[in-house]
Ligand binder design. Structure first.
Ligand code: ACO
Length: 164
């Protein structure tokens, strides 16, 4: 398995994996926007034949946007995980953890990010275990009815080790 930076030519396969794995889907324009704007923090996992089997799509949040800020006036640089998924047959092999760690490291190295945030469905036990148990995220707040079907989101955050 090879894990590398996501490139423009990966976007259709990343979007296909997203459609297969999650109800939260995005227009191709948003995928392109992320890769062009923050090219160093989104990664893919590919199998021996070069097929994309997992991805993490990330951005650097605007400090004025709520999703990246812990409190009004918080001007720390926030990385934000928009979406991560791994195809079913490749799960529990450590791919998501590796994708997350690479993205976090690049957020720190390239953007001097201090915090990384994300939203996850309250019912998504696998993802919550990944974030909390494997990576050390904590629940920052609960956003009631956040998703289109009104399920609550846990807004989770991790303070990055080189936070200044
Ligand atoms: N049950 C319990 N703990 C789990 C599970 C699970 N099903 N999956 C992962 N974990 C935890 C474990 O601590 C695991 O370590 P271990 O295997 O040594 O016990 C650790 O996370 C690392 O797991 P990985 O193997 O790296 O995770 P994986 O590659 O299987 O991917 C993911 C996890 C991304 C949640 C996968 O199940 C998936 O694609 N699910 C569907 C899509 C999804 O829910 N994405 C997240 C939505 S939220 C967002 O995108 C911001």
């Amino acid at each position: 398995m090879n894990i590398r930076l996501a490139k423009e030519h990966d976007l259709l396969a990343m979007q296909a994996a997203n459609l297969q794995n999650l109800p939260e889907n995005y227009s191709l324009r948003l995928w392109i926007y992320h890769i062009i704007t923050w090219p160093q923090i989104s990664f893919v996992a590919e199998d021996a034949k070069g097929r994309i089997v997992g991805y993490v799509l990330a951005k650097i949040a605007d400090p004025n946007e709520d999703e990246g800020s812990s409190a009004p006036g918080d001007t720390r640089v926030h990385g934000h995980i928009n979406s991560i998924s791994v195809l079913r047959t490749y799960r529990r092999q450590g791919l998501a953890k590796k994708l997350m760690l690479l993205s976090q490291e690049s957020m720190m190295a390239v953007y001097n990010a201090s915090v990384v945030s994300l939203h996850v469905r309250r019912s998504n036990k696998a993802a919550i275990a990944l974030y909390r148990d494997a990576l050390g995220f904590a629940v920052h707040k609960v956003e009631v009815g956040y998703y289109a079907d009104k399920e609550d989101a846990l807004s989770m955050q991790l303070t990055l080790p080189n936070a200044r």
